[in-house]
Design a protein around this ligand. Sequence first.
Ligand SMILES: Cc1ncc(C[n+]2csc(CCOP(=O)(O)OP(=O)(O)O)c2C)c(N)n1
Ligand SMILES: [Mg+2]
Length: 621
Amino acid sequence: MKTRKLTMAQAIIEFLKNQYVARDGQERAFVAGCFGIFGHGNVAGLGQALYQNADSFRYYFTKNEQAMVLTAAAFAKMNNRLRILACTSSIGPGATNMVTGAATATINRLPVLLLPGDIFATRLVAPVLQQLESEHTQDIGVNDCFKPVSRYWDRINRPEQLITALPEAMRVLTSQAETGAVTLGLPQDVQAEAFDYPVELFEKRVWTIPRSRADVSLLKRAAEWIRQSKKPLIIAGGGVIYSEATEQLSRFAQQTGIPVAETQAGKGSLRYDHSQALGAIGVTGTLGANIIGREADLVIAVGTRYSDFTTASKTAFQNPDVRFININVAEFDAAKHSALSLVADARVTLEELRKMVEGYDVGADYRARVDKFRAEWDAEVDRIYHLGHGPIVSQGEVIGAINEFSRPQDVIVCAAGTLPGDLHKLWRTRDPKGYHLEYGYSCMGYEIAGGLGIKMADPQREVYVIVGDGSYLMMAQEIVTSIQEGYKLTVILLDNHGFSSIGGLSESSGCGGFATEYRYRNENSGLLNGDYLPINFAANAASLGAYAIKATDLTSLKTALAEASECDRTTVITIAVDREQRVPIYESWWDVPVAEVSEIESVRKARGEYEAKKRLECYFL
Ligand SMILES: Cc1ncc(C[n+]2csc(CCOP(=O)(O)OP(=O)(O)O)c2C)c(N)n1
Ligand SMILES: [Mg+2]
């Protein structure tokens, strides 16, 4: 057997450089490089291997370990999961900082490869700096925290364990059904140990991404169900976009007349002005999608995991005879709602089904109804885009100004607060990759870190990061990395003195917006209801190296957007928005339990309303 003597860390990098994926005959290198922060747990091992490979495998110096995983997740999402970044950290806090990023990736079904350092396998020098000790075992450490948030987890206690671990890691990372965070804990001593690895481990390997077809008899039954349906609805999830099935979906919808509603991850599956596009569905859905969903006798869900925002906490589908057909690469998701499960790729399945239902049409009345909803929604978006609210502008107007300024191929990115809901309803998407919401984990701090990953994936597009003041305060430091690497972002920061979203939720559950505003502590009341804190966001962004602009109204916002598009480095535009001017909910509901007993009258009232809505939740057995 021919072998190559490498350290365990060198072997990992050598292996990663030679991994490729192919789909539809198109081949590409899978791992685009490695993000990291060095500490004693990785600098001499993996750090040495990265240093040695710096010309052929790019290393990026991030500023926070959680952020780098979010950047990697966004990069994978933008690449439709066909290209990833690895992330390395030291042991201890560097590693556990990545846990939130791992959860974000796994929940959103996005591949990231995490390489945290780990405690000494030899154990003699324990406890090493930052080691978690246990009285009952020496076989535990903080990297065990990654187990529930990883789709594959391993600890490489001997260098030769890589020979079986690395192919497993790749299998999961490239699996469209199983993908998520893959974590390999790398003990700091083993990273530096050499082994005679078989040369085959480092040969070019191409992982084919299949387009799996559905079971033929189930497909026939699905076609029958479609033919029998009078009020069908398609729900397009992220799987439509990952599978690059948007054209097939468009054809299917046009041919049959079946309207299409979109989840957060699925938004962009159709252009906003497509004849069958009803826009967003669920808690943050449009009126048309929510009414059609409520009455639907057949829901064809493509590539969605049916989050509570999509199902309006299981209240969205009220037709007692409603049936579900789920097209999904993951058996787990395909089985939800007792559906007819088509465990298959969206693109091939939509095309096969379309041919099988030729001649079927929803009928003129249903088509007309969809047209009417679409026209009404267009008018509603126009109304909100041009509300004329003052003196402080509304969030909807800011969204409108960005949408009207941006080019179709540009990307809007967001993750948490009131913005995701407003964007889901209002953003007019003109490109399948133009709308990037991390709404699986809704992780505050994803916005700027994620924006960086998007820009790295496709530098030709302008990336508009729209971020609340709360989320900005949680994690803005990747502005520095964006400037370091020359990946320009346009960040629009909406200042509403704290948490409009959770503040609103607090009010509607009877808690009066308690502790959701950035205010001084009031010495008399003892509460945080003094004056607003004087936070200067523009100065903060400028101090990180960004070009900062303070906009005060829509006119200055538009001028700032134009200025930002001319600027070659990351630009942060700040604008105050009226936290009380909210975009309405369009006949939907979200289950947030209200206290069953309370001394406060507003809570008791909220509980009464809560119980009435709760009764609408369905089991779909
Ligand atoms: C890391 C993290 N912590 C807490 C939350 C819960 N949460 C959701 S939205 C929100 C407030 C967001 O504030 P901001 O970004 O200013 O947006 P706004 O609500 O004002 O629109 C919080 C705390 C979260 N999603 N992520
Ligand atoms: Mg805010």
